[in-house]
Every structure is written in structure tokens, then in C-alpha cells.
Design a protein around this ligand. Sequence first.
Ligand SMILES: CC(C)(COP(=O)(O)OP(=O)(O)OC[C@H]1O[C@@H](n2cnc3c(N)ncnc32)[C@H](O)[C@@H]1OP(=O)(O)O)[C@@H](O)C(=O)NCCC(=O)NCCS
Length: 155
Amino acid sequence: MTVTLREITAANLGPVLELRTTPEQERFVSTVADSIAEAAANPHGNPWNRAVYADEEPVGFVMLSWDVEPQPPHINGPWFLWKLLIDVRYQRQGYGREVLRLVVALVREHGATELLTSYVPGRGGPAGFYARHGFVPRGDRDPDGEIILRLDLRA
Ligand SMILES: CC(C)(COP(=O)(O)OP(=O)(O)OC[C@H]1O[C@@H](n2cnc3c(N)ncnc32)[C@H](O)[C@@H]1OP(=O)(O)O)[C@@H](O)C(=O)NCCC(=O)NCCS
């Protein structure tokens, strides 16, 4: 199984928009449609998004703020993992980890020394996933109360 990050185009938008979390997880990440709308509404966040494919099957969605000028507290960066969603049918099969690996390699290639993200605290949320992959709290929250995490890429 090969995991790739592919541009979202008219040709694959339909199936990508159908990717879903469980209803309980909807409080932790927005739908793909809402994420794309959020990107369009926030061009100053320099959004970059891709569909996650396992071979020829769309399994997830990822969105970053790409090398953006940080304007705290609303814009964190330069490199910020804004959205990560693996469809419920494909969770816990290693795809989330592989997306992180690919994203880290990509942003490193472009000179990133840290990758930031944030999460909504709560039962069933992604805190454990991020902790397992080396993200640590930066010590602050964003204006929505999300906990900001950082992954040091200099090691
Ligand atoms: C969180 C999410 C991206 C993880 O992706 P995934 O493909 O299910 O995770 P993986 O299978 O790659 O898991 C990698 C490791 O993290 C662990 N893990 C995965 N989700 C976890 C969670 N919610 N809590 C704790 N550990 C978790 C796995 O057990 C695995 O551990 P291992 O190294 O011991 O095998 C995915 O479950 C998801 O989309 N959740 C809903 C949306 C969300 O919360 N997104 C993040 C917020 S923006």
C-alpha cells in the first residue's frame, strides 16, 4: 500500500468531500467541505491542502498553513498543521502516521524547523496521537481554547 498526498481537483473532489469521521469526532475536526471553505475564507493563512490516497483510494484530507508569516494569536506558523482527517473506515491502520511522515519530510525540504498544530481537548480526541508522534505542548492556547503543540524538526 502506497500513501500519497494528491492535489484536489474537479476530478477527485466528489469522493474527497465524502470522507467522514465518526459523529463523535466531528467536534475535533471540521468536514472536508468546511475545511475547504475555511481555507477560501482565510487566504492570509496561506492554506495548502491535499487528499490522502492509499494506492488509488482516497482515505483522508490534510491542510496546512504553508510557510505563513505568524500573526499571533490568530495565525500560527510558519508551518501549521491546520486539519488532519482520516476517514472512519481507514482509521487506526497507520495512515495518520504516514501522513505526518510525508508532511514532515515535505516541510523540512522547504526549510521548516518546527511543525505546529492545535487540538480541541476532550475524550476520544487526537491528543494521544500527537503525543505519540513527538508533539509537545508549546504552553499556550489559541483564541478558541485549542491547545497548541509543536514538533521540533531540527533533530
Ligand atoms: C487522529 C487521526 C488523524 C489518527 O489517524 P489514524 O490513521 O487513525 O492513526 P494511525 O493508525 O496512523 O495511528 C498511529 C498511532 O497513533 C495511535 N493513535 C491513533 N489515534 C489515536 C488517538 N485518537 N489517541 C491515541 N492514540 C492514537 C495509534 O494507536 C497508533 O499507535 P501505535 O504507534 O502504537 O500503533 C484520525 O483518527 C482522525 O482523523 N481522527 C478524527 C479527526 C481528528 O481528530 N483529527 C485531528 C485533529 S485536527
